[in-house]
Design a protein around this ligand. Structure first.
Ligand code: ASP
Length: 314
């Protein structure tokens, strides 16, 4: 019998409202989600490694202006892009991450190279970029990441002195647009990847959960792979990804109850808005969110594809 494999991706959770969404934008966002999940699934179907699949899926989202990662990243209070990313492979629990990078087109690839080609797990800022250039990465100008939409969001938030807009011009202005992917491959390996521009108007130098193994990204074979999205400060304090994995290991909870206990329970009570995607060692997928929406898609072990945005989509 063929070994199960499956993949899930997200393009961020938060306030995503139907009444503010245009049909054209929704079609375009759903198309990018499908393109991403298919790119990762193709690798798994060919017998490829779960880590290659999640990195490939995340790269598609980093290259799209619709999501807050790579191209389309939000701006800091200094009107710059500063990106965080991390990966984890569940076989040996190897991991790599970067924080505060400004000139790397696909931070998720650099996170994987930190895992594979350095002795470290997390590199930041200039040091991360210097490492990238020794690995042959091109210097990408800030102009590449810059979009009018993100500039307008920043000005609006600056005027209010906030990190999130109360009135929004775009349907997902209050969405935490991080992207991520989790996968189980045919060898039984679990892997997770997360990439983000962080939150609009963040203090420059701020690092969120997406760079942190255990908070934003986690994978352990035989257990679970997780990628989170939401207001990172809460996800770090709650150690969200690791907490779900621990519930499954120690309390023997199923993937669904472990995810819901954390996202709808402890995290929500603390005031943490957001969600996560997860896959267990049998390939069962779970999407959990406590916000009005989360851009998400998956292909389950039976090959069924789903693409969803709002919390009430069954
Ligand atoms: N978790 C990310 C951060 O706090 C934001 C997001 O999910 O969009 O940096």
């Amino acid at each position: 019998m063929n070994k199960p494999f499956s993949i899930a991706i997200h393009g961020g959770a938060g306030t995503i409202l139907r009444e503010q969404m245009t049909p054209e934008l929704e079609v375009s966002i759903r198309a990018d989600l499908k393109k991403s999940v298919r790119a990762g699934h193709r690798i798994l179907a060919q017998g490829g490694d779960a880590l290659d699949a999640v990195v490939e899926a995340v790269k598609v989202l980093e290259d799209s202006p619709h999501f807050n990662a790579g191209k389309g990243s939000v701006l800091t209070n200094k009107e710059m892009v500063e990106m965080d990313a991390s990966v984890m492979h569940g076989k040996e629990m190897e991991a790599g991450a970067v924080a505060g990078v400004k000139h790397i087109k696909n931070p998720i690839e650099l996170a994987r190279d930190v895992m594979t080609n350095s002795k470290h797990v997390l590199l930041i800022g200039e040091g991360a970029e210097e490492f990238a250039f020794t690995q042959g990465y091109e210097y990408t100008e800030q102009d590449y990441f810059y979009t009018d939409r993100r500039y307008e969001q920043l000005q609006s938030m600056k005027a209010k002195g906030q990190f999130a807009l109360s009135e929004s011009k775009y349907p997902d202005d209050e969405k935490h647009g991080t992207v991520g992917a989790v996968a189980l491959d045919q060898q039984g390996n679990l892997a997770a990847a997360t990439s983000t521009g962080g939150i609009t108007n963040k203090q420059y130098g701020r690092v969120g959960d997406s760079a942190l193994i255990g908070a934003g990204t986690f994978a352990k074979n035989g257990n679970v792979a997780i990628s989170t999205t939401g207001m990172g400060e809460y996800f770090i304090r709650q150690n969200v990804a690791c907490d779900v994995a621990a519930r499954m290991r120690y309390l023997k909870e199923e993937i669904g109850s472990a995810c819901e206990a954390v996202i709808q329970g402890d995290l929500k009570q603390m005031g943490g808005e957001g969600g996560l995607i997860a896959v267990d060692s049998q390939g069962q997928l779970h999407f959990s969110l406590n916000s009005t929406g989360m851009y998400r898609a998956g292909v389950d072990p039976q090959g069924n594809i789903e693409v969803k945005i709002y919390s009430d989509e069954i």
